[in-house]
Design a protein around this ligand. Structure first.
Ligand code: HEC
Length: 149
């Protein structure tokens, strides 16, 4: 009798833990609809970039999980172009506007910020304004949230 109720208690406790951890996981990464659209767009970035917190960069491109609001060329584990390190030296910051411009035309953005023709390394352009807007919203939303990728 006593044993039986102990068991029932243990089962209930186990169930509780299961439910609690599931809802905690689901609760940690809540994205707005636009950030969710941006998450879909970010799949295109992942052919070169890592967008997972605490993961090293790949040789193809830096990890950009924490890039929003940071200085350009901030990763120690990636070898950036002179255009990107130059942009950091000029005091550029990855604001919404800067990311929006950079993604449309990385070369043009870096030339403008550096005030000269510079070398750059991101041979990809995202011309679609809505997609750019959404992917920037996504990068903003995941900053500092390791469970959002
Ligand atoms: C074909 C590969 C490729 C794709 C696809 C790509 N990138 Fe990049 N990206 C790069 C490379 C390479 C760099 C480093 C550029 C440099 O040093 O000039 C870079 C740099 C960046 C940076 C600056 C990182 C820093 O640390 O300052 C951001 C932000 C960025 N990319 C965002 C994106 C987003 C968002 C997408 C998808 C919409 C994307 N990229 C798609 C290759 C790519």
């Amino acid at each position: 009798m006593f044993f039986k109720s102990l068991m029932a208690g243990a089962v209930a406790a186990a169930l509780c833990v299961g439910v609690a951890s599931t809802s905690a996981r689901a609760g940690e990464c809540v994205l707005s609809p636009e950030a969710q659209s941006g998450q879909a767009v970010s799949k295109q970035c992942m052919s070169c970039h890592v967008i997972e917190a605490d993961k090293p960069s790949r040789p193809t491109a830096p990890n950009i999980h924490e890039v929003f609001g940071s200085l350009p060329a901030g990763r120690k584990d990636y070898s950036y172009s002179e255009g990107m390190t130059g942009a950091a030296a000029k005091g550029a910051t990855w604001t919404e506007e800067a990311l929006f411009d950079y993604l449309a035309d990385p070369k043009a953005y870096l030339n403008r910020v550096n005030g000269a023709e510079v070398k750059h390394k991101m041979f990809f352009q995202l011309k679609d304004e809505q997609k750019r807007h959404d992917v920037v919203a996504f990068l903003k939303a995941i900053k500092g949230k390791p469970d959002c990728n």
